[in-house]
Write a protein of this length. Structure first.
Length: 278
């Protein structure tokens, strides 16, 4: 299997270099939101005007602002109220992340299904990441959400490549192995191409490095623990690991046996956070 994965890695890298497989670009609305956020002259009304051009994205932002997790005193009825509730930076990061959903589509039913599975999983990890960041660290929940949404972005080119290489679709096990082995390095390349900050760009390569030892908790730690928390109760291979040797738990101040879904207040917050992103 390792030899096959290396062969496909070489083929895929060659396809990327020759532009036969094109790395995904940020959706136009995400680029416009980021440009607006980086312009010191832009106020919340300017951000609202950019996001308002995408009705679906506007509705998603309002939905998040109405999440029980944010404990709004009154219902959020429009985009400007949502931005006021969330803050400009939180809104911008959320908009950039949620706008990516449109990239997780394919013409082939088999690949389209896999892409939607990746996106669903990403929203779950993002929702858990936001709660972990808010509850146990001083890291920004909006950045943690974005980190969760992009942690498997490297799966996109692999699945696009699989559309052309039908032999990969005939072996779901091989495709799973390829995504597991390759999505990290490709994901980091994509995020660096998009000019994401380093603390987010490294998440795809580091959220599965269980022996990593940063000086303090970071977004890769958040996504690492969120990914594990999201696997509890499944038969995923990660659940058969000994989590006591994973230092990310200690940096977050958590016991490796911790299960957020068994803590009543956290369970409700997690459910609300995940639901608001889906």
């Amino acid at each position: 299997m390792d030899q096959v994965i290396q062969e496909v890695r070489d083929e895929l890298n060659d396809a990327i270099r020759s532009n036969r497989v094109v790395l995904p670009t940020l959706p136009e609305v995400a680029l416009k939101v980021r440009d607006a956020a980086e312009d010191p002259r832009t106020d919340s009304s300017g951000i609202a005007r950019v996001i308002a051009n995408d009705a679906a994205l506007s509705a998603r932002i309002i939905r998040v602002a109405n999440s029980p997790l944010l404990r709004a005193a009154s219902p959020i009825l429009d985009l400007r109220m949502a931005i006021s509730r969330l803050g400009m930076q939180y809104t911008c990061n959320l908009a950039i992340g949620l706008a990516m959903e449109q990239m997780f589509q394919a013409t082939s039913d088999a690949v389209d299904r896999r892409m939607r599975e990746v996106w669903t999983r990403s929203t779950e990890v993002a929702g858990i990441s936001a709660v972990l960041a808010k509850t146990f660290t001083r890291l920004k929940p909006d950045q943690a959400t974005l980190a969760g949404l992009v942690h498997q972005i490297g799966a996109l080119p692999i699945l696009r490549f699989a559309e052309e290489q039908r032999r990969l679709l005939k072996s779901p096990e091989l495709l799973d192995e390829l995504i597991a082995a390759l999505h990290g390095e490709i994901g980091q390349l994509i995020l660096e191409t998009w000019d994401f900050p380093p603390e987010l760009s490294v998440v795809p390569t580091q959220y599965l490095q269980f022996d990593r030892q940063p000086a303090a908790a970071d977004y890769a730690d958040i996504v690492l623990v969120a990914n594990l928390q999201g696997r509890i109760g499944t038969d995923h291979p990660l659940t058969r690991m000994d989590w006591h040797g994973i230092s990310a738990f200690a940096r977050l101040g958590l016991d490796p046996d911790f299960n957020a879904m068994e803590v009543e207040d956290l369970s409700d917050a997690l459910s609300a956070s995940i639901a608001s992103l889906q």
